[in-house]
Design a protein around this ligand. Structure first.
Ligand SMILES: NC(=O)c1ccc[n+]([C@@H]2O[C@H](COP(=O)([O-])OP(=O)(O)OC[C@H]3O[C@@H](n4cnc5c(N)ncnc54)[C@H](OP(=O)(O)O)[C@@H]3O)[C@@H](O)[C@H]2O)c1
Length: 281
């Protein structure tokens, strides 16, 4: 068993579980980050049964508020002296506006601000473990995102289809900016669209839900969706930093994702929301 530690958020089901399983099959240690204790333990037991020789650990952590992300990161720092791979996989596609206890729209928090803040809190540990990699599980739908910094973080522009896309664009803006700051540190970040995959994501009720469940019969398996993230996390062929991948293939970003001034404004706002100030040197 390799000493290197790979952290996967949202690892109890869907693509996250399949990513964790693929990494274990490659002989790496995996830390499953799950918000629900019962389903986290169920996933852990499945790993212990199927892969008794491998080191798989479970950390219970919720990405839904600034305080809970902080507690999760502190727990990870206390438990793991090295962090070689950090995979931000957890995500939601909410059908209605929900705000967290910080007053922030929930998908903005879970899909974007949690990876932003968690990365910041774990960055020195990643740097000390270099070469290290950060993988952001994004979505091809980022191309349809629009970020309005006066409204998006608080859900003032909430829309049950568009909000998800907006948060995924936020993630790409963050990924590119961080990549520039990571040059020369031995840590790289890249983002990946896993494909259109049959999981619980966006399980809406009503007519849209019924239609979506019909489509899901034709979607790829979580194992297929895990291929891109695993490639970015572990493949020696991946030398990139700040790149976007469609599954395992690098793909150019659309122009709106290259908007440095929006990325800088989003970064500054995110620092304020998390109460941090990152040295940009
Ligand atoms: N499925 C697709 O077609 C597709 C396409 C493009 C991108 N993606 C991206 O792939 C990633 C994984 O999605 P999926 O399709 O596997 O979805 P999923 O089956 O719904 O799984 C989502 C995971 O995120 C976790 N999660 C949600 N809220 C959380 C919170 N507050 N704190 C911690 N964990 C939380 C869930 O935990 P619980 O079980 O406790 O809810 C679950 O483990 C997401 O980032 C998604 O945007 C998926």
């Amino acid at each position: 068993m390799d000493e290197k530690v790979c952290i996967v958020t949202g690892a109890n089901r869907g693509i996250g579980y399949a990513i964790a399983e693929g990494i274990v099959q490659k002989g790496r240690q995996v830390v499953l980050v799950c918000r629900d204790e019962a389903s986290g333990n169920k996933a852990l037991n499945k790993f212990h049964t199927s892969y008794p020789q491998t080191a798989v650990e479970l950390i219970i952590g919720d990405l839904s508020s600034i305080e809970s992300v902080n507690s999760l990161a502190q727990e990870l720092l206390n438990r793991f002296p090295r962090i070689d791979v950090l995979i931000h996989n957890a995500g939601i596609w909410p059908s209605k506006l929900t705000k967290n206890k910080d007053g922030l729209e929930m998908a903005f928090m879970v899909n974007y601000l949690a990876p932003f803040y968690m990365t910041h809190l774990l960055l020195n540990r990643l740097k000390a473990s270099n070469p290290a990699r950060i993988v952001l599980v994004s979505a091809g739908l980022y191309v349809r995102g629009l970020v309005d910094l006066k409204r998006t973080p608080w859900g003032d522009d909430f829309h049950k289809i568009k909000t998800y896309m907006n948060t995924k664009l936020c993630g790409i803006l963050f990924m590119r900016k961080l990549a520039g700051m990571l040059e020369g540190t031995g840590v790289a970040i890249n983002a990946v669209h896993p494909g259109v995959i049959r999981t619980g994501l966006g399980d809406f009720g009503g007519v849209i839900g019924v239609i979506l469940r019909g489509f899901k019969l034709f979607m790829g398996s979580p194992k297929k969706g895990a291929k891109g993230p695993i490639h970015l996390a572990l493949s020696p062929n991946v030398q990139s930093n700040g790149s976007y991948y469609d599954k395992t293939k690098e793909k150019a970003l659309v122009e709106k994702a290259l908007d440095d001034s929006l990325a800088n404004e989003l970064w500054d706002l995110s620092e304020q929301l998390c109460g941090i100030q990152v040295s940009k040197d």
